[in-house]
Design a protein. Sequence first.
Length: 497
Amino acid sequence: MLVVPFTAAPPIMTHSREREPITSLLVTLYSLLLVMTRRIADLLRHGQPNETVTIQGWVRTKREQKEFSFVEVNDGSAMAGLQTVVSQELPGYAETIKRVSTGASVEIAGTLVESPAKGQRIELKAESITVFGEADPETYPLQKKRHSFEFLRDIAHLRSRTNTLGAVFRVRNAAATAIHNFFQARGFLWIHTPIISASDCEGAGEMFTVTGFNLAKVPLTADKTVDYSKDFFGKQAYLTVSGQLEAEIMAMAFANVYTFGPTFRAENSNTSRHLAEFWMVEPEMAFCNLQGDMELAEAFLKHVFQHVLETCTEDMEFFNDRIDKSVLATADNIINNEFARVTYTEAIELLEKSGKTFEYPVEWGLDMQSEHERYLAEEYFQKPTIVTDYPAKIKAFYMRLNDDEKTVAAMDVLAPKIGEIIGGSQREERLDILERRLQAVGLDPAPYWWYLDLRRYGTVPHAGFGLGFERLVQFMTGMGNIRDVIPFPRAPQEVEF
Ligand code: 4AD
Ligand code: MG
């Protein structure tokens, strides 16, 4: 038996769809020299008959025939696995093939051959098999071809080995890459804003407290409230709801910055679009108004969709086939059409004239609910819709007051099926008005001294937005529940690992 050493070095992988012949040759030579394993995505695209290769992965299916067995191996690099043909002539065949069941981890070395089967260009003729870990067919939960997403959520430690979740997390990775590429190409600095924060950016009070107290013995003040001055940070601290305020600090030094990290909301919303922990992308731009903010948001979404379509073509086709038949048309629509733009006041008129009966009332001054957002984006405009100039009363204190003194320079991007995907605004850069706004919403200006300082020293018009990353991945893939586009979802009554 050919013995192929197990190498810990990362296998070679390329994402490029077309590789230069010289690069192909170098990669092949390199992997031959190092006896390196190859990623299956790479072999499916570039592997040639007669190449000697080694793969590592998990068995998806095994079909035993009289003289040989077909073993399909998947290593997560692509939706498709590599078909391996294991002949019973292989020494130790009977014993090995018994251990090679769905879910088992294997290393297989052999030679690539042209495949006589339909739908695959090549297959691997096995010359040696190492089984790293068996997966008992009696208990391994992923035996069926299809499982419900609810079932898979209960085994979130195994679900990434399924076709759908595998595709979701490859798309998620590609979208994250596209986000960094987009901002880096435009000279934005990536800022690492803190996860522990002392301020409520959204002023909505939906924050988790971070404490070092022993909860059985919490120190109290004379009037029986919690004495946070004795806590770890000497004051009450929270998990951040947004990196915006810190991004504004950095934008006043670097002009264009962005954050991309986890944010937390303690709102008790048990919906298919809310998580308690989600990732947010927040660009912030000095010398920018609402118009510039909207233009950036639109160019940004177009870029991310384009990149994902180009790099995850098979996964996106899979979503279109199996999850939502409009996935590819939606992507095409985003990339090739201008977004609709409408003011809040016009949007309310459209909703009133729609002839629809909504569950929640439609009235100027009330916040729009998801059903209203979806009517606008899904039915009326049938494309992403940017709604601007919301009533000041329903928006956060930092949004810039318009000349009518009733509305603010806010913008939400609404997506068909999802509703709000981006929330942003031009920021209030005038010290006196900002102070008035803080008081109007009942916030004590004292803890915001540093935020007010930015308006005292070198203030500039500036704007930014926040994109809910999981909502974007939902929008791209057509996945119905936000819990299925983040590897380890945290929601009310839901935390594991
Ligand atoms: O509209 P939001 O609350 O805006 C902000 O936090 C601003 N500080 C952003 C900024 O201007 N820099 O949240 C922004 C986006 C929403 O549009 C939505 O996509 C997403 O974050 N989001 C959530 N996603 C999942 N689960 C939740 N509970 C979410 N809450 C908001
Ligand atoms: Mg919002």
